[in-house]
Design a protein around this ligand. Sequence first.
Ligand code: ZN
Ligand code: ZN
Length: 217
Amino acid sequence: MPFYKLIDALGNGRLCPLCFVERRNVKSYFESLLYEFVNDRDVQMGIRDSGGFCREHSGTLLSFGDSQGTAILYDALLRDEIERVSAALSSRKPALPERVPRCPACAQGRAAVRRDVHEILSGIDDPELSSALRESPPFCDGHFALVFNAVRSREHRQKVAEIQKAKLERAHAELSSFLAKQEFKGSVEDEKGIEFSDGEKSSWKRAVIRQSGLDPD
Ligand SMILES: [Zn+2]
Ligand SMILES: [Zn+2]
């Protein structure tokens, strides 16, 4: 991935940088699926064999609002499903494959994350990347484990852990202070003079967004 895209992911301001990478790649996966591959029989059957898209990524697909592309894809998937039910009905030993769903968009996002973890780590001594990492939102729990386990040197492991811990503590301090003020507000008659900072006001929302990788806006 080009360096500027890495800096972009770190500087996204809301999401865990690797959740951002995941989302960006899933988005381009759907773009190319809808614009180039909806008619491709192998692609259609690959989606069928994987058990289809998970709920989150079905939502991503719908968010494109591509009625024709989506209809072409699901027309093929539905025809195939009908054929399989018909075959099962006429079979002497009726059985349908029970697949564990492996959403292709999830797989795409995970592959991108695995690539970019190494890119982030290989640039860790670069001053621009290092400062972007310090300023970025904290990694989500799962992605931080990936980063931490991929670090090779003890010095770098300590650096990424310290940066992550400082960011988590900052987020936690804002959340706790928001909570304390809320509780105080509920216990007094006169709410005047109880001011919330912007960070406190958005702390509860940012906590959910950072942890889940879901960005409602
Ligand atoms: Zn993440
Ligand atoms: Zn998925």
